[in-house]
Write a protein that binds this ligand. Structure first.
Ligand code: KG4
Ligand code: ZN
Length: 370
């Protein structure tokens, strides 16, 4: 029986191999390992055939990602994740034309696992490697499903580590026109959640509680930052003082502290309203800058990207703003917003078309602009 199954698998493999070669399908296997998700995806001619993500639960107990533990978990997860991506795609390693990986930015140990694994596969199968910038990949996640935005488009990328407004002229020509000068949007969500005693990552929990609350209950200030840059540290400090005062005043005085019991009771009684009010302000900061960027550039194809674009209020308000401003709006499917390898695969596919391959001695970079 085992013999029959193996025989069947070989025939199936050969069938797909020749089918792919006859149709000249470009097949890319991509690996994403920049932070706490080990992910793999197969993309054939720009179509995502599989998208597998192994989320590392180990960090929850530490209230944030522990780099060393992330690297170890990637080592453990990478083989089964890639195997599953290949099985789900119905293809084998011999059918892959190029191996793509996240090159930057990210946790260096975590990136190294993905990079070295990719290089090993490429060496074994004598195929090229493709180095992908994680933030550019978030932007290009908008090209996975139809309808796709026409070039040029603007993209608001909002993730745990970055907040950017990007002008995307083509798959290889992207320019950052606005960025955060301190915390990222996801960080602002996560740090606010931490102040409320919620576990990491708190962004999705704030979203969840906010659905039951009134966004106009409490007022947090909108920072006045010139140009298209963002700042979230001021609003974070105002939330800290507000909670230390157990909501007793809204002028965020440091010297008017409530007792710890009062603070905890206030949070417990008003959690949905506090979350809704925090979310309201974070979303308004993001969308006001995006609107400014659209007016300044005259671009009307506008996209969202990154983990925070999974936020229900941001998605809703973005669509409403788009209707008001006459934009064509695009948001990647939920599974392509948070970290995933499908966005690395689609980026790898376009780089393959441009023959933009990396040398084998390339090494990952923790911090990277472009
Ligand atoms: O893009 P991503 O998955 O990873 C990075 O590249 O950083 O983004 C993760 C960030 C985290 O800060 C997480 O709290 C936030 O996205 N996030 C959300 C939601 N889902 C994920 N923030 C607010 N509301 C959500 N529904
Ligand atoms: Zn990301």
């Amino acid at each position: 029986m085992q013999y029959d199954l193996n025989y069947f698998k070989i025939i199936l493999d050969l069938f797909f191999h020749f089918l792919f070669k006859i149709l000249i399908i470009i097949t890319v296997l991509a690996i994403e390992s920049s932070c706490d998700e080990t992910a793999a995806s197969v993309c054939a001619d720009g179509r995502i055939l599989s998208n597998v993500i192994a989320t590392q639960k180990i960090h929850e107990q530490f209230g944030g990602v522990v780099p060393e533990l992330a690297s170890r978990a990637h080592m453990k997860n990478i083989v089964p994740t890639v195997e599953k991506a290949l099985i789900n795609a119905g293809c084998s390693l011999s059918q892959i034309d190029a191996f793509a990986f996240t090159h930057a930015p990210g946790l260096i140990g975590a990136l190294l696992v993905g990079a070295q694994f990719t290089k090993s596969l490429a060496l074994a199968f004598d195929k090229p490697i493709i180095a992908v910038n994680h933030l550019q990949a978030h932007v290009l996640a908008n090209l996975i499903d139809d309808p796709k935005p026409a070039f040029p488009f603007l993209c608001l990328t909002v993730s745990g580590g970055h907040t950017q407004i990007v002008v995307c002229n083509s798959t290889s020509d992207m320019r950052v026109i606005g960025k955060t000068i301190d915390d990222a949007a996801g960080e602002a969500f996560d740090k606010s959640a931490k102040l409320l005693g919620l576990p990491y990552p708190g962004g999705p929990l704030i979203d969840q509680y906010a659905k039951l609350g009134d966004p106009l209950s409490y007022k947090f200030p909108e920072p006045k930052i010139e140009g298209l840059d963002f700042s979230f540290s001021g609003v974070k400090t105002s939330i800290l003082y507000f909670l230390q005062n157990a909501g007793r005043n809204t002028i965020y005085k440091e010297d008017f502290k409530a007792t710890n019991e009062e603070r905890l009771a206030f949070i417990e009684e008003n959690l949905p309203d506090i979350c809704a009010s925090i979310q309201f302000r974070l979303v308004s900061i993001l969308l006001n800058k995006l609107k400014k960027a659209a007016v300044e550039t005259g671009i009307k194809n506008i996209c969202l990207a990154g983990g925070v674009s999974a936020n229900s209020s941001l998605r809703k308000e973005f669509m409403l703003l788009g209707e008001k401003e006459g934009w064509k709006t695009f948001i990647p499917a939920f599974e392509y917003c948070t970290d995933n390898a499908a966005m690395i695969a689609i980026s790898g596919y376009y780089k393959f078309l441009d023959k933009d391959f990396a040398e084998m001695d390339i090494t990952p970079v923790a911090r990277a602009e472009w």
